[in-house]
Structures are given as C-alpha cells and as structure tokens.
Design a protein around this ligand. Sequence first.
Ligand code: CA
Length: 432
Amino acid sequence: MSTDNLKRSWVPTADGHPDFPLENLPLGIFNEPGGSPRGSVAIGNYLLDLTATLEAGVFEGLALEAAQAASENTLNNFFALGSPVRQAFRSALLDVLSEGSRFKDVLVDAIHLQANCQMSLPARVGNYTDFYVGIHHATNVGKLFRPDNPLLPNYKYVPIGYHGRASTLNISGTDFKRPNGQTLPGNASEPIFGPCQRLDYELEIGIWVGRGNIQGEAISISEAHEHIAGLCLLNDWSARDVQTWEYQPLGPFLSKSFATTLSPWVVTAEALQPFRCAQASRDEGDPQPLAYLLDQHDQNNGGFDIELEVLLLTAQMRDTGLQPERIALSNTTHMYWTVAQMITHHTVNGCNLNPGDLLGSGTLSGPKNGQYGSMLEITKGGSEPLLLKNLEQRSFLLDGDEVIFRARCKRPGFTSIGFGECRAKVLAAQVI
Ligand code: CA
C-alpha cells in the first residue's frame, strides 16, 4: 500500500514493525501451549487467532469463506481458493485490524504474543520440488568443477529442478542432526561412511502453490502467476561431500533429503504485489525462452525484489553473548527464471500441482563477494575459510552452528514488509 494511503493499526507494535505491519498480514499455523494448531495472521509482535475471530462474527461473504479455510490446522484449503477470495479476505483483515475498527473490543482476546506461541508447517506438503534458478549460484558452483564452462548447455533453456523430500520439511527453530553418509575422500578409491564433513546451507525462497491443475492439463505461462499463493524462506541444507559422491547420474538424493527448514509465515501474493518487478533481461547472446515459457506480462512483472540476508550464530558466539553475524546479503532478482516459468515448466508434461505443494527457488546468490548464498561459494569449495569477527573460521558448518535467514521488501513510497526468520541449529550426528 502506498504511504499516501497509510493506515494505522490498533494492535500494539504493528505500526512501523519491520516484518509485520498492517500491509503484510502473512498467514501461519500456530498453537498456544496445550492448544491445538490453527490458522492465524501475523500483525506486529502479535498474531490474530482466526478461529476466535470467526467466533466474533466479523467476516462475511468471500472473506468468511477464506477465513474459515485459513482457520483450519493447515492452509491447504485456503491455498486452494483463488486470488479474488484471498483479496476479499485481505481487505476484510485490513478493515478489522485498522485503527478505529468497530471490532477492536471483541478481538482483544483473539490476539496473542507470537513469542508465547509455537508455529508449525503452514500446509501438509504433498510434494516438494527444488529448482536451480539462481544463475550466479549455478555459475559459481559450476566454476568449481568446470572453470571454462560453468553452465551446462540446458541451463538457459530449462528451469532445472529435482523432486525433493516432503517428510523432512521442518518449521523454523527445529534443530536437526548432522547427516551420516557415504563420501569419497580426496585421492581415495573406496568410499567411507560417517558424519558429513562438508555441511552447508542454501539460501532459497519457497513458493507455496495455490490452486492446482488437473493431471494432463498444463498451466499456461499467462495464467501461472495466479497459482502462487505466497512465499516463505527456505534453507535447503546440503551435505556437499555426500552430494559429490552420489549425484551422478540421477542428481541429489541423501545429500539433500535429511532436512529442509521453512519460515513459518506465508507472505501472500497480494502483500508482495508492490514488490514485483520486471524479470532481469538476459545477457546478449542468451537464447530467448521457448514460446511456452515466454509471456510479456510475466517478463514485465514476474520478478520479485526481495532482499535476502544470511546470518551465522556459532556455539562460541552464543556462549560469549555475541549477536549473529551477517555473512551474505542477496536478492530474489538473481533468478534466471520467473516463478511463473517454474510453475509452467513443472506442469508442461502433464504433471499436476496441488494446493500446498512447495517449490524451492534454488540458491539465490549474487555475483559478488558478500552475496553468496552457500558456504560452498563463500569458501570456494572449502579452500578459503570464512573468517568471522570473533576470529573463528569456517570452511563448512560445525555442530552448534545456527543459520538464520531474513528477508525484506523495500520500495520508495511503500511500507516495507518482512518475512520473519528461518533458523535452525546443527546438532551432532547420530552414532551408527
Ligand atoms: Ca537447493
């Protein structure tokens, strides 16, 4: 919303909140201690319990339909609703939460401090697909293996992806064990088994699929944007040494499937509308996308301008009371393919997507130092360790390290919104 139309909220801390002012209104699944999981909307440091809001009788029409779906213990049924229903819900929420709302008195007990609540996954994820559309990441990683030819020939024609693992999607704050696996030490001819020695993170955004499609009926590029319900932050934890040994010929397997961390709030397509942008133009000499992936409206408006931040909190930093240290700052404008192109390509063979399916963007690195979305890139494959301010060094992640992602949308004349945090800590590997 333009600042010309700036509204204020009656909810304390909402006005000027870095992540969750009135203009954001992301959805998530919460529970109070001892309570059952149900849908909510973040506002300032608080969340609005949608079940209690429904009981207060504040919604009607399309907004009522949306609120009923969003109050369930997952957002799958809410995601299945189209954009007009979501927009009606958003306008009703803006009304209900704005200063001067006639519902303030009945809703005072429906807001809870987020700090007193637990969050769970926004949806039952039937399928999770991880793409590879961060061109600088693909180039940086490719250079480590093929200095003269970092990008494979298909990259500029195909939005590359692979099918990920839905069972190990974790909500932010869920710590996980370092994976065990097979690796091939340098110069060895036989693999060894044990804890991963080159554990890494990948800075990605997650795309929550809204309405799905029927198997056999592809989603056209002109309609694909209507299937985006919202975005979150996604950390695709990666065991690089396991990956190197296992990835040929079929791609990543156990190097990726042990844990993926998601931020809890779904920032809706409607809230992100002011932060859409033109897709970055392709380099001279790059091919145009094939016709089924090319749509002028998508090229003009299909990008997102979202600032992405990576912070590291080591055990030593935690023990000595230091704050997390920022180790990268990047942006979603580094995507070579739009989200609409990812959706269309995913379905073009007849594959159906369902509401609540999740797509990962792939690692979103920038081209320069300080913009890299993985340790693999920061340390050039482990050969140039990262020196932290407290003089610790990291080639890859150690036990006790916690990785934190944050994201922010900024545009002159518009209220800035954020995503909240996506964070998790590495625990020691299981002894096998
Ligand atoms: Ca990835």
